[in-house]
Design a binder for this molecule. Structure first.
Ligand code: ADP
Length: 478
């Protein structure tokens, strides 16, 4: 059985007390590897290493840092086969999706390398003769990153690409369910020339590690992707040192289909946005609202499209839909389907938790369509994280917008219409950080990614990420 160590200060280490944590394939429960179970002590050592490396890395010319980050991105791409296989084994998504995620992950590294050398401060004409006003953009310093299991590669590079490119050093903790891809990325960073201590990666006791990092004044920023519940804990802990936070938290995306929509395109968008990664993404639609006159046709077409999906192990040919990540995930999806049906939803398709083949776990949810969504149902206000489309109807356009906004979250939203004026009204009326108009695949490294309301603070991607990892320092020269 493989044992994959953690990285601190250029050394591959074990937990100080030798404790380990097992990573299992969610599709089979087979042991994939074990990793160190680190805690507060190792979290502190990781910060020591990052703090020690900070000065020299900050002082490297921006072009040199960018060249290293670019090389890291190129190495990630060159290792797509190996990384994608590890990713599928620990997370469960189909291999084709895992390969797509590796390319997406690499694009955050090469994208940051492209932008960072051109990201600079300003010279402002002074209001007083003889003065000069200069605005510098130094790196914030040591950055901590805590990432989720559903995109074990991309959520790490989305933070570390820009952070390292602008001159920060980092400590990171991948999610316990799927830490192996992140540790493999850390190894490639070293091969690309990221110096010892600039990137440190530990696995283990998440609450202890998070608390240690936010309790350490040397950590100047924490970037977190995960649940709103944990986000709130981190906000409280960040109060101590007023650590800057970027928080990409839960979503509950609405998917609004108007009567003038191209229904074929809407169904394609629904399948890709809702059923990718077995519905376990934070920008997944959780609530479909379809205008009454096209509702029946949309649901029928969606059902037909979903018959094409194939459950199974992500490494097997032809599989489109892997397992849910763990038994808690299964229990939540099962409970939401039962709750919706108790409250009057009609099960149009799926709704079962199955073991698709001999040797696989009973952690697979058949593609599910629930009709008759109402606001009282849990699925209307709690993130599902499963391949379940819950569909409701509306009559007037304004009602569609109101339903879309009836949520404490505001990460992504989708609207389908052929009417340009209506498309603009939707883009303006819907309160979300990301609005896909006739587009179900909105993720890209060049655009700002993040949400409003309980979906968090800040944006990742493009120049917005560079801003997030830099200070603004104003120098007045008399
Ligand atoms: P999910 O529901 O996607 O697992 P979580 O918010 O529980 O979302 O997990 C996201 C990341 O946050 C993971 O890396 C997890 O280990 C970490 N985490 C969980 N609880 C805490 C905590 N109390 N403090 C810091 N990190 C935490």
């Amino acid at each position: 059985m493989a044992y994959v160590r953690n990285l601190i200060g250029g050394d591959w280490i074990e937990a100080l007390d030798g404790a380990t944590h097992e990573v299992r394939d969610p599709a089979t429960d087979a042991l994939v590897a074990s990793v160190p179970r680190c805690g507060a002590a190792e979290a502190g050592l990781a910060v020591d290493a990052a703090a020690q490396a900070a000065g020299a890395w900050r002082d490297r010319p921006a072009l040199e840092r960018a060249a290293i980050v670019r090389r890291w991105g190129e190495l990630v791409l060159a290792h797509t086969d190996e990384l994608a296989e590890v990713l599928t084994r620990e997370e469960g998504k189909p291999l084709a999706e895992a390969r797509g995620e590796i390319a997406y992950a690499a694009s955050f590294l090469t994208g940051a390398a492209d932008l960072a050398p051109h990201f600079h401060g300003d010279v402002i004409p002074a209001p007083v003769a003889g003065k000069h006003i200069v605005v510098l953009r130094p790196p914030v310093g040591v950055v901590a990153a805590i990432t989720p299991w559903n995109f074990p590669a991309a959520m790490i590079t989305r933070k570390l690409g820009p952070a390292l490119a602008v001159g920060c050093t980092a400590v990171i903790k991948p999610a316990e369910q799927a830490p192996l891809t992140g540790l493999a990325l850390a190894r490639l960073a070293g091969e690309a020339g990221v110096p010892p201590g600039v990137l440190n990666a530990i696995t283990g006791d998440a609450p202890a590690i998070g608390k240690t990092w936010l309790g350490d004044a040397r950590v100047r920023k924490l970037s977190f992707t995960g649940s709103t519940e944990v986000g709130r804990i981190l906000v409280r802990q960040a109060a101590e040192h007023l650590t800057r936070l970027s928080l990409e938290l839960g979503g509950l995306a609405p998917f609004v289909v108007f009567d003038d929509a191209d229904l074929e395109a809407a169904v394609r968008g629904a399948v890709i946005s809702k059923f990718r990664n077995a519905g376990q993404t934070c920008i997944c639609p959780n609530r479909f609202y379809v205008q009454r006159s096209v509702h029946e046709e949309f649901v029928g077409r969606l059902q037909r499209a979903l018959t094409e999906l194939r459950l199974g192990h992500g490494l097997d040919d032809g599989v489109t839909t892997g397992p849910l990540i763990d038994d808690d995930g299964v229990a939540k999806v099962r409970a939401q389907i039962a709750d919706a049906r108790d409250r009057g939803a009609v099960l149009r398709m799926g709704g079962e938790i199955v073991r698709p083949a001999e040797g696989l776990t009973a952690r697979f949810c058949t593609p599910t369509v629930l009709d008759g969504l109402t606001p009282e149902m849990a699925i209307a206000h709690e993130e599902t994280f499963g391949p379940v489309a819950a569909v409701g109807v509306f009559d007037e356009e304004s009602q569609g917008f109101a339903l879309a906004n009836a949520s404490p979250y505001g990460l992504a939203a989708y609207a389908y219409t052929r009417d340009l004026a209506r498309a603009w009204r939707a883009a303006e009326a819907i309160d979300a950080g990301i609005v896909g108009i006739n587009d179900g695949a909105v993720s890209t490294a060049v655009a700002p990614f993040g949400g409003t309301k309980a979906s968090g603070w800040g944006r990742e991607g493009g120049r917005w990420a560079l801003e997030a990892y830099t200070e603004i320092k104003y120098v007045s020269i008399g």
